[in-house]
Structure formats: structure tokens, C-alpha cells
Design a protein around this ligand. Structure first.
Ligand SMILES: *[C@@H]1O[C@H](CO)[C@@H](O)[C@H](O)[C@H]1NC(C)=O
Ligand SMILES: *[C@@H]1O[C@H](CO)[C@@H](O)[C@H](O)[C@H]1NC(C)=O
Ligand SMILES: [Cu+2]
Length: 670
């Protein structure tokens, strides 16, 4: 009886939650992504100025133009009082020129329309890539090359690859196309057709360069299939089932795009270029009885993936996955109960096609609580006749998206902890970019093959993944400083101690951008964003420190073209004064860029960053030396960092946090 009541109650609470979400009409938050109607409005406004009967118009970016930060902060405290302008920033290629169009969504008018005169091009559209990949299949020289290789043209599938920039003078929007075999396995990326160079001009959508060089074996399809429906036994190891039951319902609420959970409140935005954007994260301080600002905005500003094979086949593969392909455009629907647990709630988003039409991407984001870790604990055995043990369970909130750019899947999490930490993490999966080779065994290797043999005829090419996080921390206010506390060895030479040495700390406040360019890993240091204007009761500045990811440093020479374009990876940490237009570490126009609009260039101004509104940039890198286990599809490879309160609270903020009540399982003895 007891158990069926529990079930009825929980069903009832599920229903009320659902009904609540349907009934309440949510007021638009100034940071909400563009709605379907707003996308359509942008489309109409631009088409009115540039009728498609007379103009060639392609939308390469439509997003929210960031509202003024001061206004958003005022809106937070007085949601009804401030009427915040709502604008869209658009990059459209109109008759071959990149236009930057600012649109007032309330008055439905164009505020400004400027042609980009510099180098580089906007994000490639999905549609033009769709056209480009079909071109070789009808191109007689390509058909002949396929025949020469003894392959079946009906089983060929092609894919686009951004070209980068290697010092050439001309500024033409081109893309390279590589092709693969799809026969017998959907795992196309491990079955490249080698020895071909195909370049497509995206303006004319024609093949403008074609070479057939040498023939290398296409690796076999055998044992590369990953669809469970196509796999055959034995399956293993066996995994046992689990059910997640939250009889009190989830501990979080999603109201529009605003989330409140435990002591946290934040906003989830979405952008076709950035993907998920976390904003206005603030934490409730139980002792101070108020909500305190932590993170104004956080997102991945760029992902730089340079491959390390300088041959004709691969040299150009130096991808900028956000600026060239769009993290939002590459976000995929999450699979319930697989990508996110059964207690997850999903959020849909809109993306747009190159004609400006919005389309719904279902289940783009999931939010769920994760259990199973310890928040803090202690067993006290030092008091005679007493045995004290105390352990509190940790419950975390995870916000997840998956960005699949071609072969790679990036599982991107933002984890919030009641102890005040924010822990972004990246997990890589998907498929290695394979280079075909006639080599079947390591013994046959005569010279550098620029990767590892991961299977017969298959080289997993060396490469890096450098994720650049934009982190606009506002620690209890916008005016912050960046402190580096170095740990230094002190020698004792005067015989004052039995010790010969100890370590102590030395804190320096970064005055300008140069002081805050940091390479992590050579010398121990604490990196803290502090509010220099506020102190704890004992006199420490309120702060949040960066516990960095395992550091990775670029290994390309600084004068190499890809590294000039990806110069924002030259340091692991950078700090800049907040500037509304400095959003994209690799520049606004990244495709074919020449590195003249990167974080490395902006910071040459060496601006003042002390007691200013500052932005912390953190590069999270993975050097990837492929191994056989990465083949034919890669188990998750994870890296993460933490933004952790450091003298932000007076004491452990979860000292009085209770573990969630134990749940009596229906029908089971306790
Ligand atoms: C080529 O592939 C197509 C599509 O799978 C198939 O119908 C055809 O029989 C194949 N041709 C040859 C010569 O194998
Ligand atoms: C903001 O950034 C842009 C691009 O780096 C720069 O041109 C502009 O001068 C900056 N504004 C301020 C106030 O620093
Ligand atoms: Cu990799």
C-alpha cells in the first residue's frame, strides 16, 4: 500500500510540473536566444532591403546582439523597470560581400549595415557545404580517379574541410573536399580515399582545383561498424541497470531559459556560433542572506584543432570548429537515457539555415542532478571513547550539450556545485581522422608517418584540441583584479630551524594584460580573480580561483601560419578588460583568417586590468597521440577545470547542507 501511494504522489508531482510549464507564459529575458519569430523577422527585414530577386543573400550568422551589460545587471534586480533594447547581429554574404547588419527587433529596422573589408570569412553554411560535397560525384576527373582505384562511385561520400591560410595573397572563399567509402560500414571517417585534392570555390560552387596524386589503400570496413543494430555477438562486458527515482521531483526549476537550483541561479543562452552560453550565475550566501554574482558569462569562444601532418594530404587541416563551422550549428539532439540520465530535463533551441529560416533543434541541452559523490566527510578517532563519523552527499547540477563537428563529438558540461564551484568539462568521443596508407605493420614504417598506426592501412594523425573558454567573472561586482600567488622555495641559511627549506607564497596583482599572460605548469601558482574592494571578516579579498585543466601548450612554431591564426593558444590564461566586441578569440571572421583579430593581437594594447571589469580566458588543451583503443570509435576522453570560491565565503558554505533524505525503495525492506 505504502509503495503505491508513493508512486501516485510522484506521478502527481510530475504532472503538476508539466502543467506548470505549459500554463505559465514566460517573459522574455534580455539574454534569451532569438525566438522563431525573431529569426523570421530578421529574414524579412534583410530580404526587404536586399530582395532575393535581385540579390544573392546567404545568412551565415544570426544571433542576439549582446545587450549592454549595465542594463542587464539592472534588469536582474528590477526585471520590470528596464526596457532593454533587443537587437540582432547578422552576418550575411550579399552578392559576395560579408555584411554586418545590426537589426532593432522592436522597431524592426536596420540600425547599421557595414561591409567587412578585412581578411577572413564567416562561418560556412550547412547548405553550401551540402552542395560542395555533391560536386565531385558528378565531376568526370574524380569519377575517373575512383574507377582507377577500383572503387564504386555509388559508395563514395564526401565531406568539407576548411582550408586555413598559408601565406597566400588571394582572399577567396574556398573549401577542400575529401571523400570516403560508405560501403559495408557507416564509419566513413576511417575509410578515406587518399591521394586526391579537391578545392571548391564557395562563391561559384564549382571545383576550381583537382589533383590525383598517389594511391594508398582504403582501409577495410571490417570491425569498424558501431551501430548496435549491425553489430553481432558476443556483446560485453555486461552492464547492470539502474533507475533514478526522485520522489520529491527534480531539485531545479527551469523558467524560460533561467534555471534555479539549490543555491544557484543562472541563465542558459544559445547561439549558432558559441553553442551554449551560461550567464548571470549567482550563488545564494546563507550567511550574508543574499545572492552574490559569480559569472556574468561563460562559453567556448573557439576550438582550434591543428593536425600535425605537413604533407599535401593533411597540411591544411588546422580547424577552428567554432569560427568555421559554428558550435551552435554543430550542436546535435541529445539522446534521452543515453546522453543524459532519466532524470534529465531537455531544452530545445533554434538554429537557422542560410536563407534565414529558423529550425527547431529538439533536446539540444539537458539539465540534470547527479548523485553519488561525497560533498565532505570526516571520521574522528582521536577522542577517547567516542567514534564520530560524518559524511554529506554531494548533489551536482549538470548542463550538457553535444557538439559534433564532422568526425568528432564534444560532450560539453557545465557542472554547478553547492559548495560554490563551477566545473566546466569537455569529453571527446567520435571518430579519429584517419589517413589511408599502404602500411599494414609498424615494421614497414621507414619515415615519419605523422601519426600512429591504429589498424592496418590506417594512420591516426597527430593533432591537438585547444578549447578556449571565455569566462567573464564578476566576483560580487564588476570591478575585479587578477592575482597570481606563486609558491616559492625559501632556503634557511642562518640555522634558525632544523629545516633547510620551506615554501611560502608571494602574491602579485596583474596591472596590465601582459602581467596576466600565463603558461601553466612550469611553476606552481594560484590564479585568482578577486574583488579588491571587498574583504572577508579576516581581511581576505573575495575571490574565485581557476584550477586549470592539465596544461597543454602549442608545439607549432609561433611563425607558422596556423599558429598565427590560433595565437590565442600561446598562453593558457589571459585576462582582458571587458569589451563587448572582443568575443571570439580567433577573430570574428575565422575561415581563411590571417590572425589579425585574435586575442593575442588585442592584448598587445596592454590595457589596464586592475580593479576593472575583466574577462578571464582559459585554454584547455589535449595533445592527441592516437592509440588503437581510439579506433574505430573513441571512448570518452575527459578534461575539466574548476572555478572555485577562494575566500569568497566566510567558511565552508555547505557546512549546514543536509544530505538528501534516503529513499525507501517501494516493496523493499529498509
Ligand atoms: C555499386 O554500389 C551500388 C549501391 O550500393 C550497387 O547497387 C552496385 O551494385 C555497386 N556496383 C558494383 C559494380 O559493385
Ligand atoms: C574594443 O575592442 C575593439 C577590438 O579589439 C577595439 O577596436 C576597441 O577599441 C575596444 N574598445 C575599447 C573601449 O577598448
Ligand atoms: Cu583527438
Amino acid at each position: 500500500m505504502a509503495s503505491s501511494t508513493t508512486l501516485k504522489l510522484s506521478l502527481f508531482s510530475v504532472l503538476t510540473v508539466l502543467c506548470f510549464q505549459v500554463v505559465v507564459s514566460v517573459i522574455q529575458h534580455p539574454l534569451d536566444p532569438l525566438t522563431k519569430e525573431e529569426f523570421l523577422s530578421v529574414q524579412t527585414i534583410v530580404h526587404n532591403k536586399y530582395p532575393t530577386s535581385k540579390n544573392k543573400v546567404a545568412f551565415h550568422y544570426i544571433g542576439l546582439d549582446d545587450p549592454d551589460k549595465d542594463l542587464v545587471r539592472r534588469y536582474e534586480s528590477l526585471p520590470t523597470l528596464v526596457n532593454i533594447p533587443r537587437k540582432s547581429f547578422v552576418i550575411a554574404i550579399i552578392n559576395g560581400q560579408s555584411h554586418e547588419i545590426l537589426i532593432n527587433l522592436r522597431s524592426k529596422t536596420i540600425t547599421s549595415d557595414n561591409v567587412h573589408k578585412g581578411y577572413g570569412f564567416p562561418i560556412l553554411s550547412v547548405e553550401e557545404q551540402g552542395v560542395a560535397i555533391e560536386l565531385p560525384l558528378k565531376y568526370p576527373p574524380f569519377i575517373a580517379s575512383i574507377k582507377k582505384r577500383g572503387l564504386n562511385i555509388s559508395e563514395v561520400v564526401c565531406s568539407t574541410f576548411s582550408m586555413g591560410w598559408f601565406g597566400e595573397e588571394e582572399n577567396i572563399r574556398t573549401v577542400r573536399v575529401d571523400c570516403f567509402m560508405k560501403e559495408s560500414s557507416v564509419n566513413i571517417y576511417v575509410r578515406p580515399i587518399s591521394g586526391l585534392t579537391i578545392v571548391v570555390d564557395l562563391g561559384t560552387l564549382k571545383i576550381v582545383e583537382y589533383h590525383d596524386r598517389e594511391i594508398e589503400t582504403v582501409p577495410t570496413a571490417e570491425k569498424t561498424e558501431y551501430q548496435v543494430s549491425k553489430q553481432s555477438p558476443p556483446f560485453g562486458p555486461k552492464q547492470h541497470s539502474l533507475t533514478i527515482h526522485q520522489p520529491q521531483g527534480p531539485g531545479f526549476q527551469i523558467n524560460g531559459n533561467s534555471v534555479s537550483w539549490a543555491n544557484w541561479k543562472f541563465h542558459i543562452g544559445f547561439d549558432v556560433r558559441a553553442g551554449i552560453v551560461i550567464s548571470l550565475a549567482s550563488i545564494y550566501d546563507l550567511e550574508k542572506h543574499k545572492s552574490r554574482h559569480v559569472l556574468y558569462k561563460g562559453y567556448i569562444s573557439e576550438l582550434f584543432v591543428p593536425y600535425q601532418d605537413p604533407t599535401e594530404e593533411f597540411y591544411f587541416k588546422t580547424f577552428f570548429d567554432s569560427g568555421e563551422f559554428g558550435f551552435g550549428l554543430s550542436t546535435v539532439s541529445l539522446i534521452p537515457n543515453r546522453d543524459c540520465p532519466s532524470n534529465a530535463k531537455f531544452i530545445d533551441v533554434y538554429i537557422h539555415s542560410d536563407d534565414g529560416t529558423p529550425s527547431l533543434l529538439k533536446n539540444a541541452i539537458c539539465v540534470f542532478e547527479q548523485y553519488g559523490n561525497i560533498m565532505w566527510r570526516h571520521t574522528e578517532t582521536g577522542i577517547p571513547d567516542e567514534y564520530i563519523e560524518e559524511s554529506r552527499t554531494e548533489v551536482n547540477l549538470i548542463v550538457r550539450t553535444v557538439v559534433t563537428v564532422g568526425n568528432y563529438d564534444n560532450v560539453l558540461d557545465w557542472e554547478f556545485k553547492t559548495s560554490g564551484s563551477i566545473k566546466p568539462s569537455i569529453a571527446l568521443s567520435g571518430i579519429l581522422e584517419i589517413k589511408g596508407t599502404n602500411i599494414k605493420h609498424n615494421d614497414e614504417i621507414k619515415e615519419d608517418i605523422h601519426g600512429k598506426l591504429v589498424s592496418a592501412n590506417s594512420i591516426g594523425v597527430y593533432h591537438d584540441h585547444f578549447y578556449m573558454y571565455y569566462l567573464d567573472l564578476d566576483i560580487d561586482g564588476t570591478h575585479n583584479s587578477f592575482e597570481k600567488t606563486s609558491l616559492k622555495t625559501v632556503r634557511i641559511t642562518d640555522g634558525s630551524s632544523k629545516r633547510k627549506s620551506y615554501w611560502t607564497t608571494e602574491t602579485q596583482t596583474a596591472k596590465t594584460e601582459s602581467d596576466a599572460k600565463i603558461t601553466i605548469g612550469y611553476a606552481p601558482a594560484e590564479l585568482v580573480v578577486v574583488n579588491p574592494n571587498l574583504k572577508t571578516a579576516v581581511g581576505n579579498h573575495f575571490g574565485y580561483r581557476l584550477i586549470p585543466a592539465i596544461p597543454a601548450h602549442p608545439l607549432l612554431s609561433l611563425d607558422d601560419y596556423p599558429q598565427i591564426r590560433g595565437a590565442f593558444t600561446n598562453y593558457n590564461v589571459w585576462v582582458t578588460p571587458y569589451n563587448r566586441t572582443e568575443k571570439w578569440a580567433g577573430g570574428l571572421y575565422v575561415d581563411h583568417s590571417r590572425g589579425d583579430d585574435t586575442l593575442a593581437v588585442w592584448t598587445q594594447q596592454n590595457r589596464n586590468i586592475e580593479n576593472q571589469d575583466i574577462v578571464l580566458w582559459h585554454v584547455v588543451g589535449i595533445h592527441h597521440v592516437p592509440a588503437q583503443e581510439d579506433f574505430p570509435i573513441m571512448p570518452l576522453l575527459t578534461t575539466s577545470f574548476e572555478l572555485r570560491p577562494t575566500n569568497f565565503f566566510e567558511r565552508n558554505p555547505v557546512l549546514n547542507t543536509l544530505s538528501p533524505p534516503d529513499v525507501a525503495w517501494p516493496g523493499c525492506p529498509k
